[in-house]
Each structure stands twice: as structure tokens, then as C-alpha cells.
Design a protein around this ligand. Structure first.
Ligand code: SF4
Length: 169
């Protein structure tokens, strides 16, 4: 995977899990090698009751999440969710790590998940890059177009491989 900017939004995995549950329930399809695991993890992640997680609850839930090593992380910058599992993380987290080393994210990791929403955002971003390219000089123009093409390729891969939550579980 290309090294996207690190932009991980995370509140102990609860927001990410809740969002994934809601999106799956609303009929969004999901792609990626960890799609099934992400849905299972989301289904077993307790609700945070919104963005404010009481400290005691957060602690309790953190140990719940750490128990089987599966934790959901949102990376909106990469338009991905990570169903983080230490054993197969290509970013080589420490043996006791509870979070991926996003700054060393690598292509082909088995922890990635993408939703229809994220694929749509990839296309929107690609359109923005094309608009920027239209007024950019030669080399920059080409680089922006290459990036736009890459994002559309990722969205296409999602569209051709994504499955419904029902099909995955
Ligand atoms: S767990 Fe995988 S997808 Fe997540 S940051 Fe590490 S290498 Fe990237």
C-alpha cells in the first residue's frame, strides 16, 4: 500500500465499530482481506454511547478489545479501516502493541477493509485531483493525474470485490 498520510481517528475502536455496524446495516458493501473479521469485531465491540467515553468504561473496553488482539482503527486519510491484528500486520508492530504503526503502513497487508462510502470518497478525491491537474504545469499535472488514476483503481477494486454484510457473515 502506498504510504498515505497518517490520519487515524480513533476512540478505542468504538466509533469505528459503531460506524461500520451502521453502514453495514444500511446496506453498504465491504471489501478487503479483513472484511469478515472487521464485521465480527464490530459486532462484538461494546457501544461507547457517543464520542465521550467515560474513563472507566474506556479502560474496561480497552482490555475487551485487546483480549483477542482484534481492534478496529479508522484511517480516513487512506479511506480505509484497519481490522488490526498484530500477527499479520505488515508494519511490524511490537509483540505487545495494541495499535498499528500507520506511519509504516505497507502494501498488501491483510488487515485492511474498505466500505462503499470510502470508495465513493476515493472517487471524489480523484475528481479533485483532476481539477487541480487541469491548471497545473506539466510534471505536476502528470503526477496529479497518476494519483487520481490510482485512487480510481482502488475504488474499482472495491466495487468489483465488495460484498454485503449478509454475504460475509
Ligand atoms: S496493520 Fe496493516 S494496514 Fe494497518 S498500518 Fe499496519 S501495515 Fe498498514
Amino acid at each position: 500500500m502506498a504510504r498515505f498520510g497518517v490520519q487515524v481517528s480513533e476512540v478505542g475502536g468504538f466509533d469505528t465499530a459503531a460506524r461500520l455496524r451502521d453502514q453495514a446495516a444500511a446496506g453498504e458493501r465491504i471489501s478487503g482481506p479483513a472484511a469478515r473479521r472487521a464485521l465480527t469485531t464490530a459486532a462484538h465491540t461494546p457501544k461507547s454511547e457517543g464520542r465521550i467515553v467515560p474513563a472507566k468504561f474506556a479502560k474496561k473496553a480497552a482490555s475487551f478489545l485487546a483480549r483477542d488482539g482484534a481492534v478496529l482503527f479508522d484511517n480516513p486519510g487512506a479511506m480505509l479501516i484497519y481490522a488490526f491484528k498484530r500477527d499479520n500486520a505488515l508494519c511490524e508492530p511490537a509483540p505487545d502493541a495494541t495499535a498499528p504503526r500507520q506511519y509504516d503502513c505497507r502494501t498488501g497487508c491483510g488487515n485492511t477493509v474498505r466500505t462503499d462510502t470510502r470508495a465513493r470518497l476515493l472517487r471524489e478525491r480523484a475528481d479533485e485531483l483532476d481539477q487541480l491537474a487541469a491548471s497545473a504545469p506539466g510534471p505536476v499535472n502528470r503526477r496529479l493525474k497518476v494519483n487520481a488514476h490510482r485512487l480510481r483503481d482502488m475504488a474499482d477494486t472495491h466495487d468489483t470485490t465488495a460484498q454485503s454484510a449478509k454475504a460475509l457473515t
